[in-house]
Structures are given as C-alpha cells and as structure tokens.
Write a protein of this length. Structure first.
Ligand SMILES: *Cc1c(COP(=O)(O)O)cnc(C)c1O
Length: 403
C-alpha cells in the first residue's frame, strides 16, 4: 500500500489505502460478494487457517471493507480498524471483546442515549455494571473507579449538550487504574480530533454520521492497536458477525474523501448559528463550545483541531448546536414544527440540517432521573448543522421563535 508517512491529512482521506483491481478502475470497485473462491482444497485450508493471506468470507474479510478500515485507521493514527454494521455494533463489539461478568465501566452520563441503554439494559444482564459521571469532572471519574473497573467511556463533545471532556486527563485516570479509555469520536471525526494521539486506547465511530455525510448508510468502526482491535475485536466479529456491508464501506470510503472539507463547513456554519441564536428573543440558553461562556471553552481551544492550516486558523468547535427556549416541551415543539426546510429527524452529520427534540427522541428511553441528571430538559432543541447557507437555517428557525 503506498502510504507515505508524510502525507497531509486531506491527502490521507483521499488516497490512503487506495487500490485497484486488474480492470484499472479509478473509482474503487465494490466487492459485493459474500465469499471468495480458492484454486484448490489445500489453498482453501491454508487461507481458512490463516497460514496464507487471502479473503475467505465477507463476515470478516472483504476488500472494500478493508480499504475503508485502512483509510480510517490512517486518519485516526491507529494501527488497526474494524468496520461494523452500525455505531452501536462497534460499541457492542468493543464491550463484548474487552469485558467479562464482574467487570465495571465508568461512563459519561451524557452519552448517546442508546449507549446508555446498552449499559443499563443489556450489559447489566451479563454481570457488567456501569457508573455514570459528569464528563468534565475529572475528580468524579476518579472517585467512580473500582478495583474491577476495566473501561472508561466518553464522547467529546457529547450529545446533545456539547460538554467537552479532557481526553489526556481521562487517559491518565484510566491508565493509573489499569483500565482503558475509549472515546466515541463521532462528533469531531479524525479531521478535528485524534483521541489516540491524546492517550486514548480505542476510538469508536458511528460511520452513519459525518463519515457518510449524506445520511445514506449505517455503519461503525473501532480503531486501536493491532493486538486489541486487529486480533481481539476481529476475532469477536468473525464469530459474532455484526459486520459492515461492502456497499456501505464503499459509500463511507467516498465520504472520507470529502470529510476534511465538509467538517470545516459544518463547524463554520454551526458557530455562526450559535452566535445568531444567542441574539434571539425566546432563546434561554445556547450550548456550543465556541461560545466564551461555555464551561469548557478553553479546553476545547486546547484540545480541538483547527479550521485550516497554520497557527492562526480558527479552532473547530463542531457542527452541533443545542439551545433551550422559553417555556417547556410545547415551546420546543412549536419551534420544531414551524420549520419548513430543516429535517425533523434524529440523524446528524448530514449535508441537510436536522432538528431534534432530545428528551422525546434520542434520549426518550433514558429514565427521567438519568435524563435530568444529564441536564437534558424538555425545552432543549438540538441542531446538527448541515451544508445549506446558514442564513436559510436561521430564517427557518426564526419562524417558530418569533411566535
Ligand atoms: C449515532 C451515534 C451512535 C450510534 O451509531 P449508530 O450508527 O446509529 O448505531 C453512537 N455514538 C454517537 C455519539 C452517535 O451519535
């Protein structure tokens, strides 16, 4: 694989793990096949046993999926990457690979709602307990550690309130306790944050979001070292099988080519939308790490990547903006229902701006007390800023705010 070490980041997204078949196609081929053929029985036996390299069966070896994995690994700065059927299957595969009954997880209390449900409703049935803490409170993470704590799990910025956790500090807390730090890097993508370089042990992606970028396919990925990911997670996937479809891998591979440009545009528009929302009557509070009153504004400045090359390029704060409106659920629903262009949907990381009421959708199945502890109120609205003109996004939101 021609992958010079000194390639710039955008080049990695376009060219890393590029390959072509004997047909010399320029756009990568899709290997939409469940199995692969052998010349003879002896070769089949050798490849199955791992004594000879080669593809066997697309549950665990597929060239299109492998190209996506290698490109994303290069972008995250990891040795190994495994593609999965969805972001949730990436998280499940990681947990099932690394945990056993009697183990304990410390996790941020403001994770993606389904990740909280996975811990509370499914892992708990297999004897794995999870403690939830405020993501930015390092002392709380330390205090929640137990002798059987194996994993720390965090999203930063998190969904939907955009809290920022200090990845370096959490890696130190984890490693002092002989535990691993896992970072769900869905919101910033490797373009703007590479958690492995900050000390994290594993990175999780929902490829469904920004990596696809157009809301078409479900997928996920786990990135880390070749022992834990390349061997152990791979082994779990081979046996349990929540694998990525080759077609979806092809869509994500193309998505990675434009990821740098798209992330820059999402962040620029989100910042402008956040500043605009701060000025609007009827808006009580705006959550965006780029605002000076955000509690981890300084941490974001230190930890996040920049929108362009050079030290003077502005810091990236992500494409998600959440805000609270005056009044309760009714007021929030009024703003949502007044929009004509924005998509009322739970997806994010799309070219099209999406608007969501977290308390009744993405976090609707999280128990009320846990939701309150996480600070997700009934008057909260989440916007995942797309690639439309930001003036049009503001105008669409203004309809419901004026009322
Ligand atoms: C969407 C999402 C997931 C789950 O990914 P799916 O592809 O929907 O399974 C996990 N973490 C975060 C932060 C997400 O936004």
């Amino acid at each position: 694989m021609n992958e010079p070490k000194d390639w710039g980041f955008a080049t990695l997204g376009v060219r890393a793990a590029e390959s072509r078949s004997a047909e010399r196609e320029h756009s990568p081929a899709i290997h939409l096949t469940s199995s692969f053929v052998f010349d003879n029985a002896a070769q089949a036996a050798a490849v199955f046993a791992g004594q000879e390299p080669g593809n066997v069966y697309s549950r665990f070896t597929n060239p299109t999926v492998r190209a996506f994995e290698q490109r994303l690994a290069a972008m995250e700065g990891g040795d190994s990457c495994i593609g999965t059927a969805s972001g949730m299957s990436a998280i499940l595969a990681t947990f099932m690979t690394l945990l056993r009954a009697g183990d304990h997880i410390v996790a941020s209390q403001t994770l993606f709602g389904t990740t909280i449900n996975l811990c509370n409703n499914i892992l708990s049935r297999f004897g794995v307990e999870t403690s939830f803490v405020a993501p930015a409170d390092i002392a709380a993470w330390r205090a929640a550690l137990r002798p059987n704590t194996k994993l720390l799990f965090v999203e930063t910025p998190n969904n939907p309130l955009t809290d920022i956790a200090d990845i370096r500090a959490l890696a130190d807390v984890a490693h002092a306790a002989h535990a691993l730090l896992i970072v769900d890097n869905c919101f910033l993508t490797p373009v703007l944050q590479q958690p492995l370089k900050l000390g994290a042990d594993l990175v999780i992606h929902s490829a469904t979001k920004y990596l696809d970028g157009q809301g078409r396919c479900m997928g996920g990925a786990v990135i880390g070292d070749s022992e834990r990911v390349g061997k152990d997670v791979f082994g779990f996937m081979r046996t349990a099988g929540p694998s990525m479809s080759p077609f979806n891998a092809w869509v994500f591979l193309k998505g990675l080519e434009t990821l740098s440009l798209r992330m820059r545009a999402h962040c620029e528009s989100a910042h402008r939308l956040a500043l605009w929302l701060c000025e609007q009557p009827g808006v009580e509070h705006v959550y965006y790490p780029g605002l000076p009153d955000h509690p981890q504004h300084a941490l974001a400045q230190a930890q996040h990547g920049r929108l362009g090359d050079g030290p003077d390029a502005p810091v990236a704060y992500g494409g998600i903006v959440s805000f609270e409106v005056e009044g309760g659920r009714e007021a929030a629903w009024r703003v949502i229902d007044a929009t004509r262009m924005l998509s009322i949907t739970a997806n994010l990381g799309d070219t099209r701006t999406t608007i969501t009421h977290p308390a009744t959708t993405t976090h609707g199945r999280v128990p009320v007390e846990a939701r309150a502890r996480a600070g997700i109120k009934e008057n909260l609205i989440r916007i995942a800023v797309g690639l439309e003109n930001v003036e049009d996004i503001c105008a669409d939101l203004a309809r419901g705010l004026r009322g």
